[in-house]
Design a protein around this ligand. Structure first.
Ligand SMILES: [Zn+2]
Length: 283
């Protein structure tokens, strides 16, 4: 399997933030267990394995990181619940790819849930929580920031402040609205649905397109309209928006980048009468 993808002059590399496990029932919402377990085998605690496919984006102008995994701040109890890998997280994968945290110019967060934003901050030896990427601006949709910092009881458990509060204090936070260019060739596109300010990240150059889907479609087992997560804040919006986005990407023969698929970080898809969308296995 190739570990990098060229989109015109832009290079994409998967830099894993570590695997973890979540409850299979929660990952597939209304889909009955006998159906999903044929595609994603649960462990004895009914959990399925997920990746965190953070993506390094190198354009002629800038070096970006899309999502940061769950990071290194989880408690022992949380590590056990989520069966996380004990490793350096995305920073370890960046180092393995010959990159250091201070080379990242921009961190783009699809949303602020722990398995996407957690690696963006770290606990220093003196206990203080600081941005992991000291030079980077961190790009988040304004709606996401507002939900995460609202203090509303329905959002509090989804957004531990240690994963993002220090970004505002350090002056590294940049909020965008709707669809905005982040650097030439890379733009954020608001979707909502999974979380109030969830966004896709589109990478486009010389007629080629790749889109990081975030949790709009977390694995290739979620291509179907009704295969959505119980974690989706507004599941009807996901059911409406996901087929629109997948149709656009199928028709443009774009690369789809998955945040959580444990087998393949990117695929192409085509429309299918019976199954809605199917992975294109070969060109
Ligand atoms: Zn996620």
């Amino acid at each position: 399997m190739t570990t990098w993808l060229e989109i015109g002059k832009i290079r994409l590399t998967t830099v894993p933030g570590g695997r973890f496990r979540l409850d299979g029932g929660a990952m597939f919402g209304v889909v009955p267990r006998p159906l999903w377990m044929r595609r994603a085998e649960p462990d004895e605690q009914n959990r399925i394995t997920l990746a965190t496919n953070c993506t390094l984006v190198e354009t002629p102008q800038a070096t970006l990181l899309i999502d940061t995994g769950y990071g290194t701040k989880l408690t022992d109890k949380e590590r056990e619940i989520f069966a996380t890998e004990s490793l350096e997280g995305v920073v370890g994968s960046l180092r393995a790819a010959g990159r250091t945290p201070d080379q990242i110019d921009v961190v783009v967060l699809s949303h602020l849930h722990f398995d996407h934003a957690g690696g963006g901050t770290m606990r220093r030896e003196d206990g203080q929580i600081v941005p992991t990427f000291p030079r980077a601006r961190y790009v988040v949709q304004r709606k996401e920031w507002e939900a995460a910092t609202s203090g509303l009881s329905e959002w509090v458990s989804s957004y531990p402040p240690e994963n993002f509060a220090c970004l505002e204090a350090s002056g590294q936070l940049e909020l965008i609205d709707g669809e905005e260019e982040i650097v030439p060739g890379v733009r954020g596109i608001w979707t909502g649905g999974h979380s109030p300010g969830h966004q896709l990240i589109a990478i486009e150059d010389e007629g080629s397109l790749a889109v990081y889907l975030g949790d709009l479609c977390p694995t290739w087992n979620h291509l179907r309209q009704m295969w959505c997560m119980a974690y989706d804040a507004h599941v009807a919006e996901v059911r409406r928006k996901k087929p629109e986005v997948l149709g656009w990407l199928a028709d443009s023969q774009a690369w789809l980048l998955s945040d959580h698929d444990p087998e393949r970080p990117w695929v192409r898809i085509r429309r299918d009468d019976r199954r809605e969308f199917e992975i294109v296995e070969r060109e």
